[in-house]
Design a protein around this ligand. Structure first.
Ligand code: SIN
Length: 287
């Protein structure tokens, strides 16, 4: 068994959406919402509440969401975030197209991360709808960073309380999208320093905010100390008990909270194709 952080799943407590817990730790499938249309305010309020409660929502039984509607839904949570390097959809610069084919050199998000944590103000949340689903595989995994923090021992929590870490991106973004027609040799690759333990601005809960894609160094420690502690934290945060694994069906839309969960996309479906559209909402500076 892990953690004092886990709570038993509860039955749907909403009136205008049907939120079914996906696992005891995080995630909910949401039924009864049509994201291809503007969402009424009262239903939106319940979606927002469920997002904060479950950390990642999987909207089921969806039609393909028109790009304008996807962008409009994202903007209801705040201004949108522009990705520093990724290819965008023609005519829709706010939409990042996720696409892997038999010719791809990489697939997006293959290692655990919180989206663009290298930004000074990393994204609050990301909403991804998948339009081409491989015949099998192509799942996305999510890990609960509240539970990962809650399960640390008190001495470890005390040690991490005032530590900050560097999140870098040059090693990730340079040349990454060259096979998708993005000439990015001279892009500006952001880097930022964030607390290792952040407090969620809406829930007030603490979560672990390091990930093996972007977090490269703990400030003030020797390289050996930093590498050792970061590796311990990465392994801890990636423990199977904090994870869920979502299998997509056509037009499912996932909306995850980058402030309190990490994710990882599994590229096990080559040479099959997988394609989707992603809109990302801007977040606060982590504190
Ligand atoms: C990502 O946004 O990191 C990719 C997620 C996915 O393709 O499932």
């Amino acid at each position: 068994m892990i953690g004092n952080a886990l709570v038993a799943p509860q039955a749907n407590t909403y009136e205008l959406i049907d939120a079914k817990p996906f696992a005891p730790n995080l995630g909910a499938e949401v039924y009864g919402v049509d994201l291809s249309q503007p969402v009424p305010d009262a239903q939106f309020a319940e979606i927002r509440d469920a997002f904060l409660k479950y950390q990642v929502l999987f909207f089921k039984d969806q039609k393909e969401i028109p790009p304008e509607q996807h962008v409009a839904f994202g903007k209801r949570f705040g201004p949108l975030h522009a990705h520093p390097a990724a290819p965008t959809m023609a005519g829709h610069p706010e939409i990042f197209e996720i696409h892997a084919t038999k010719d791809s050199k990489i697939a997006n998000g293959e290692f655990w991360h919180s989206d663009v944590s290298c930004d000074d103000t990393p994204p609050l949340g990301t909403m991804l709808q998948i339009h081409i689903v491989p015949p099998c595989g192509g799942d996305t995994m999510f890990s609960d960073m509240y539970a990962a923090y809650d399960d640390l021992s008190d001495p470890m929590k005390n040690m991490l309380a005032d530590l900050k870490a560097l999140h870098s991106s040059e090693h990730i973004y340079k040349g990454r999208y060259s096979d998708r027609g993005k000439a990015d040799a001279d892009i500006d690759c952001p880097q930022a320093v964030h607390p290792i333990v952040r407090t969620h601005p809406d829930t007030g809960r603490k979560s672990l905010f390091v990930n093996r894609t972007f977090t490269t160094k703990i400030l003030g420690l020797s390289d050996r100390e930093s590498d050792t502690i970061l590796n311990m934290l990465f392994e801890h945060a990636e423990h199977i008990n904090y994870q869920i694994r979502f299998r997509w069906t056509l037009n499912d839309m996932a909306f995850w909270d980058n402030r309190c969960c990490m994710h990882r996309a599994i590229w096990d479906y080559w040479p099959a194709e997988r394609k989707g559209r992603r809109v990302t909402v801007k977040g606060d500076k982590p504190v």
